[in-house]
Ligand binder design. Sequence first.
Ligand code: DON
Length: 370
Amino acid sequence: MGHLLKNPEYAASLRLIANKGPDGFYKGKLAQDIVAAVNNSKYNPGKLSLKDMAGYVAKQRTAICGAYRVWTVCGMPPPSSGGGAVASILGMLQYFDLKAMKPNSLKAVHVILEAERLAYADRDKYMADSDFVPVPLSMFTDPAYLKQRAHKISLTTAMKKVSAGKPPVASKLSFADGMTPEFPSTSHFVIVDQWGNMISMTATVESAFGSRLMVNGFILNNEMTDFSMIPERNGVPVANRIVPGKRPRSSMAPTFVLDQDGRVVLTVGTPGGNSIIAYVVQAIVNVLDWNMTMQQAVDQPHFLTRGGPVYLEQGTAITALAAPLEKMGHKNVQIRTLNSGLHGIIVHYGPNGVRYEGGADDRREGVVRQ
Ligand code: DON
């Protein structure tokens, strides 16, 4: 406690980037040191080259947006699966009257879990870097397709088996199910400035201490593990397989919700590996359907499934649903910690102007500052 950690090497790296812009990172000393650290790693040397570094381009992409009742939900497109999967779950949930169900009630939790199972199946099969594979993006936002998926959900019984759907627009490539591991270490913040500009940003080094390689004061990420560990199944390619120059599939889901006038009413995001998608959906439903404050929305006990087991957050009231959910047919219900790091802002528009209301997750080190 109270230890002042100084990192002058990092300060020097930031100064270099401030002075030279992106070239300060992708070319010159920093790039050389990164390439040397990767290639000379004692444990698992990689093949990163100076050409790879110099050739990297940060791309500006168009957000993926889907409808949720009267709102529009916009998020990060491929190579993140986050925006599409959030839109897909909400796009199915809009066919259920969650407002009429009590927050965190058995019925509401069941419906949300079922929508998650359907959306994660599509996400797992089809989402990858769209610069390399044709991602059928419309299946994550198309109301007709999502309605048809939502019709598979019964209010009383869990689906026996869930598989990915067929893209509404015929795709020449068919994909096999991948195998992508998920690790911790990410953070998310949201900021609004005095002019009303907003940023919702998730950053990740994938697992704690990333690749465990430190260069000039910062840790190198371990994002390769966001690729599928297998390239194909029975000769059928996996969409998220490793290919030179391709970006791994992420679950990051920095999200903006817009009202009918196109004004931002909510921005939210979180770390949590591929649980990010479910945490973000839950926070949005808590605010939009159940009128919670941002802090209440963040504090609610978590429940989620990514297609396999159903997780209920340990030490919370939601664990009482374990037996009733099993009775409805949910398999492998587990109680465990669910370590989100949600941060969000609700924007209230009133006659006297705009008011911002923040919420932050004390499951990690979240704080709200004004
Ligand atoms: O981009 C992704 O989806 C992962 N690298 C995120 C990992 C993560 O959130 C871990 N945090 N706890």
